[in-house]
Design a protein around this ligand. Structure first.
Ligand SMILES: [Cu+2]
Length: 169
């Protein structure tokens, strides 16, 4: 009886350790303000002379019952920040400026490679791997969601960053 209990406690500890390991391993942080949650803001590392940079946010989720509207971004690392969409027309790929973006109640948007991106223009310093910088997401009426962006070394040639196997329990 006592042995059984000890055994189950051991298993619980193992499960708890596995959870801590997997969550810290992904290094994806979430930032919440009122009814909006931004998960995993990250930027691609740039060269020393780069004047532009790109930020992605894996998801921005609206947990509320009303639509919210993103009306802009701000950061202290660049002179200007804009939301862009990559569009291909007649074999020409262009970037389109998206002035505002609505997120319906219970819905999410994804700012990820190949679709939307947040463009940093007039970079004040290069984006170095493993560094962080602040990025504010401005919402109409709601206010500002403050996040920290992780700079990652991501090249288009390499496939998706390696992911460790997820533990099921
Ligand atoms: Cu762009």
């Amino acid at each position: 009886m006592i042995q059984n209990q000890l055994l189950s406690i051991n298993i619980l500890i193992l499960i708890a350790m596995a959870c801590v390991y997997t969550t810290s391993d992904i290094d994806a942080k979430s930032y919440t303000y009122k009814k909006v949650r931004a998960s995993n803001p990250w930027a691609r590392a740039t060269s020393k002379l780069a004047k532009t940079g790109v930020v992605y946010i894996t998801s921005i989720h609206n947990t509320g019952e009303r639509a919210v509207k993103i009306i802009g971004f701000s950061t202290n690392i660049a002179n200007k920040v804009q939301l862009h969409k990559t569009v291909t027309e007649n074999n020409i790929t262009k970037m389109q400026y998206i002035k505002s973006l609505k997120i319906g109640p219970g819905k999410s948007i994804h700012i990820k490679p190949g679709g939307l991106h947040i463009m940093l223009m007039g970079l004040k310093r290069p984006l170095k791997e493993n560094n962080q910088f602040p990025l504010i997401i401005k919402f109409e009426t709601l206010g500002n969601l403050e996040t920290m962006v992780n700079v990652k070394n991501f090249s288009w040639r390499q496939k998706k960053p390696l992911k460790h196997k997820h533990m099921h329990h």
